[in-house]
Design a protein around this ligand. Structure first.
Ligand code: KG4
Ligand code: ZN
Length: 345
């Protein structure tokens, strides 16, 4: 099957063509247009995002088809992100996908953005297929899942407040770094002294037991406050910023690594898959690998595939298309929804 993927849930306009069967897939093209305009505002402005998607989406799709050397007659499915995200931004992709499906006769698949992030890593690492423990760390979500098979996602834990990416972005802003701040903070932390600002590891205590509500859950709002206080107390943020960044990143990554290690122990899985924008953070990847040991494989995507892109939407779309899970023209764009196949505890 050959699938065109379309992603417009936040501030990336992206289209991709992918061909394959089951887990055997080939990426034929991937075009990602990042909306730089939001940097001026230090965050995504929904109305501007929608308008930019509107002008970019057709040229981006054209380019993806052209790069793959195909036309609509070569496609078996059009997969589009329909939830979750900014509803006005999602609507652009959904409306365009419906229009294209209607005029070309190529059937439509609706994809949940986070299911896309779960599939993304397998595009670069063929072994990143179920069963695995998944850590989804994006700008809007943070979840720890057990994935026995594609389409079956058992929720183990989640954030009680800020998502990991959101915490990175807010901490970065407090340190005067540009938006989105995750990768800038990672770069700054490289030069930081880990002993200078040792922040409390949030939601992490030795006496937590399996079954306790906070055994797998995380929370980052307190850590954000700690960064704010440290930044305020600093007489020279130019110098102290790197130590604060290091302290923040260490606390966040060590907390997530311990929660992942707990999930690996409880499920007996031998593979961990990271997904979402924060998943390419090298400090997070090495903290997890260190914590789970070398007998457990840790698969992480490159920055291009970790952050929002349409290849992951096409990949998840292929899974649903192969099962005949077609969407109809009543497909709606929704700002929040559970991943299909999610088992909540
Ligand atoms: O998955 P994503 O592209 O968008 C959402 O679905 O939310 O994730 C974007 C997030 C942003 O918060 C960004 O700062 C963060 O991923 N991010 C990083 C890194 N690269 C991107 N966070 C930490 N370290 C990085 N290297
Ligand atoms: Zn995302």
């Amino acid at each position: 099957m050959r699938v065109l993927g379309i992603e417009t849930s936040c501030d990336e306009t992206s289209a991709s063509v992918l061909r394959g069967t089951g887990n055997d897939v080939t990426l034929e093209s991937l075009v990602i247009l990042s909306q730089d305009v939001h940097r001026i505002f230090g965050g995504v402005v929904p109305e501007i995002a929608s308008r930019q998607h509107l002008t970019a989406v057709l040229p981006v799709i054209d380019q993806a088809l052209g790069d793959a050397g195909v036309t609509f007659t070569d496609l078996d499915a059009i997969a589009v992100t329909h939830a979750p995200g900014l509803v006005g931004a999602l609507l652009v992709g959904v409306a365009v996908a419906k229009g294209l499906s209607m005029t070309t006769g190529v059937p439509l698949v609706g994809v949940h953005h986070l299911e896309g992030h779960l599939f993304a890593t397998s595009l670069e690492h063929p072994a990143a297929v179920p069963p695995f423990v998944a850590l989804l760390v994006s700008g809007g979500h943070t979840m720890l899942l057990d994935v026995p098979a594609w389409g079956r996602y058992e929720m183990l834990g989640r954030t009680r407040d800020d998502a990991a990416g959101e915490a990175f972005d807010k901490a970065a802003k407090l340190l005067g770094l540009p938006y989105p701040g995750g990768r800038h903070l990672e770069a700054l932390a490289l030069h930081g002294d880990p002993a200078r600002n040792r922040f409390t590891r949030p939601m992490l205590r030795r006496d937590q037991k399996p079954g306790d509500a906070d055994y797998y859950d995380v929370s980052f709002s307190g850590l954000k406050t700690a960064v704010m206080l440290a930044a305020k107390a600093s007489a020279n943020l130019e110098i102290d910023g790197r130590h604060i960044a290091r302290g923040f990143q260490d606390a966040l990554t060590e907390t997530l690594a311990e929660k992942v290690a707990r999930a690996v122990r409880a499920t007996g899985r031998t593979s961990v898959v990271l997904g979402g924008g924060v998943a390419c953070n090298l400090s997070l990847i090495s903290a997890i690998q260190e914590r789970v040991g070398m007998r457990v494989a840790v698969h992480a995507p490159s920055p291009r595939i970790a952050t929002d892109n349409a290849a992951m939407i096409a990949r998840a779309g292929l899974f649903h298309a192969e099962r005949g899970a077609w969407a109809q023209l009543d497909l709606v764009a929704t700002s929040s929804a559970d991943i299909p196949g999610m088992i909540l505890r």
